[in-house]
Ligand binder design. Structure first.
Ligand code: GLA
Length: 390
């Protein structure tokens, strides 16, 4: 089978009748710990993964964009820079690109148009940020080919603004930042208040395993926004902008004045921020038993305080935890209500984890899981040579 670079170039030639100038790629992501903390100005610890969106581009002299995706070959979408119109629910993936150019235009940035073709292998709808990979591959292509000299962080911020304002999904900054700034063999400890980030090396002895529960995620967007509002309610109660600088004793002292649900939501965020910072140290120090404990606590907090797990996900976490004990960590990852679990486990245990999932998950839940053996990857970039190897 052709490699992704060959496939995207073929799609480009078939669609536009000429070769592309360049290829750009951006990764999906998995969050190791720090869930629902980014929009509370807290800490997250994601890694970019070796699943990518790849875009072949050719610059144009006018302001027209023409885009095709291997998921919908033969369907060409066009728009002019600064004239993106409204989000169109029937154009799913193109909205993310239009959101990016709309956010550029709103910030007073300019760019020429381009023809582009998209292929990718980031699983869609699994909670591994295929949309951020698409936005960041596109943003990196625009930035590089127009020599705009935007930093990867600035590209991530424009992408997030596009997604918030054009697509209408109010996520935090984590997904775009890690897709833009990821580092091979490292996770990134991101402080979402000042957007500082620090690479944290993942010990060579550990395998990064992602298991998709294949649970349908239901009303996940509505639930996500509800969680945001529940957190904001507590910040308002204390007269502060976000939960970042609220201390646990102050929250505990106010327990009687807060609705029970909001109290638990804030307790998750405050304790998760602390766990995330400790997990970064544990990972850096190779202290796997500490990491294991923190990931287990994080999962319990998502399940009991933030109410974003599902029985199937809890089962999956339990199956893996039984195998790895304190020789690795496992927890649900991402927005919740289904999606994936992430496990960082001693290499020697990888086969045992995969076997246990295959033997027990379907028997217990009636659903088949999908296992992805991953590695932590670099963030978005131009692909140097591949295009010439065709
Ligand atoms: C989604 C959002 C992120 C983050 C996570 C939860 O992936 O896009 O910004 O809030 O959920 O941690």
């Amino acid at each position: 089978m052709a490699n992704p670079a060959q496939r995207v170039n073929k799609l480009f030639v078939q669609t536009f009748g000429t070769n592309a100038d360049d290829l750009y790629l951006a990764p999906g992501r998995v969050n190791l710990i720090g869930e629902h903390t980014d929009y509370n100005d807290g800490f997250v610890l994601p890694a970019a993964i070796n699943f990518h969106t790849i875009i072949a581009v050719r610059n144009r002299d006018d302001d027209l964009f023409r885009a095709v995706s291997s998921a919908f070959p033969g369907k060409l979408y066009t728009w002019h820079f600064g004239q993106e119109g409204q989000m169109n629910p029937d154009q799913a993936w193109v909205n993310y690109l239009k959101g990016f150019t709309a956010a550029m235009a709103a910030s007073g940035l300019k760019t020429k148009g381009m023809d582009l073709a998209v292929v990718g292998d980031v699983p869609v709808g699994a909670g591994l940020s295929s949309s951020a990979a698409l936005e960041i591959a596109f943003g990196t292509a625009i930035n590089d080919s127009n020599q705009l000299r935007l930093s990867p962080l600035a590209v991530a911020q424009i992408a997030q603004r596009g997604e918030n304002q054009f697509v209408g999904y109010c996520g935090g900054i984590m997904d775009q930042m890690i897709s833009a700034l990821g580092m091979q063999d490292h996770a990134l400890l991101i402080d979402c208040e000042d957007l500082d980030s620090e690479p944290v090396s993942i010990p060579e002895s550990l395998s990064l395993i992602i298991v998709n529960s294949n649970v349908a995620r239901g009303q996940v967007e509505a639930e996500y926004q509800k969680r945001r509002q529940e957190c904001e309610f507590v910040a308002d109660h204390f007269g502060i902008e976000t939960l970042r600088h609220l201390e646990l004793p102050a929250l505990e002292a106010a327990q009687d004045q807060l609705p029970e649900v909001n109290y638990r939501r804030a307790r998750h965020v405050l304790t998760e921020n602390r766990r995330t910072q400790h997990a970064a140290h544990a990972l850096q120090d190779g202290n796997i038993s500490k990491l294991s404990e923190l990931m287990a606590q994080s999962h319990a907090s998502m399940r009991d305080d933030f109410d974003i797990s599902t029985p199937e996900i809890d089962t999956l976490v339990e199956i893996i935890h039984q195998v790895v004990g304190d020789k690795g960590g496992v927890r649900m990852t991402g927005r919740g209500f289904g999606g994936c679990v992430v496990a960082l486990v001693d290499h020697d245990l990888t086969d045992a984890v995969v076997d246990a999932v295959e033997q027990q998950y379907q028997a217990k839940t009636g659903i088949e899981a999908t296992v992805y053996l991953c590695s932590a990857s670099d963030g978005a970039s131009r692909m140097d040579d591949e295009i010439y190897d065709l």
